[in-house]
Design a protein around this ligand. Sequence first.
Ligand SMILES: [Zn+2]
Length: 271
Amino acid sequence: MPELPEVEVSRLGISPHLTGQQITQVIVRDRRLRWPVPASLETVAGATIEGVERRSKYLIISTTKGYLIVHLGMSGALRVVPADSLVVKHDHIDLVLGSGLCLRFNDPRRFGCWLYSATHPSADHPLLRELGPEPLTDDFTLDYLFNASRGRQQAIKTFIMDNHVVVGVGNIYANESLFKAGIHPKRAAGKVSKARYQRLVPIIKETLARAIEQGGTTLQDFTQADGQPGYFKQELMVYGRGGKACMQCKSTLKEIRLGQRSTVYCPQCQR
Ligand SMILES: [Zn+2]
């Protein structure tokens, strides 16, 4: 599943090809995505793209005739290809551009979304308005996270994965960040000391920033017709390593389910 770093790398990959371009045509081959693709999406035909932003795992394509809200879901991928290149299975949407290229959306499982908003969606759209701060901005601080955690009984891992608290800390990054910060994933969020949050906040930022950096260098070119952008391998210390040796102390890493998500931690290094 694409996580925040993959979505950010997608944004970086597609935006140079989109910004400043006119959308000459909107082609929707299958409207059955997570929510039916609305007819209003075609509103942007003839509009010029002003930029591509990211909010949480949503991409917001700003045009002179409104905004497109795009989510990759479980299996969605965006590529920039010549508009006349062969359409393959699961290529559901094309934004055809004045340059002769098109932004093509492929999504085998169809959990992705493409929606239209006449106004900028970040403040008032139901999908976006309740979201917590972006982890890589100055809004995500020690004081913010510590204050938000007070009185919370839920496990710290569940807490940092809650999009109302902070967006984009997916399962992989929650596991890795808590390991690096030495915090047991099941510890109640409200019982974690300020000193430990002081370690955790920059670790979350670094973990995500590093994944974006790695993704940017290892991903295939977004303009390659046969490329599979959107996913990349990363160096992981605990995620996917349950039963193996801790890279710090050689103890056996434990794997449990927490909030239905695979959780791996070192019983020695994380307290
Ligand atoms: Zn260890």
